[in-house]
Design a protein around this ligand. Structure first.
Ligand code: FES
Length: 64
């Protein structure tokens, strides 16, 4: 569970990111994670960074 306040799983946050959420606010809008106490926002931010890094690596590999 990533967001205890809203009961949002890691899988659901990941899906929101895969479907285009690029900021914590967008993830909150998509699945409600991060919309209350904010305690999970650093975790969501880390997941966004991981996703961006993976995208950057894929792009780098595709043009290399
Ligand atoms: S744990 Fe996610 S808003 Fe509180």
């Amino acid at each position: 569970m990533v967001c205890l306040c809203e009961g949002v799983s890691e899988r659901k946050v990941r899906k929101s990111i895969e479907h285009g959420a690029c900021t914590v606010a967008e993830v909150t809008e998509a699945c409600r994670a991060g919309g209350r106490c904010g305690g999970c926002r650093p975790t969501i931010d880390a997941m966004l960074l991981q996703h961006a890094d993976a995208d950057a690596r894929r792009i780098h590999l595709s043009i290399a």
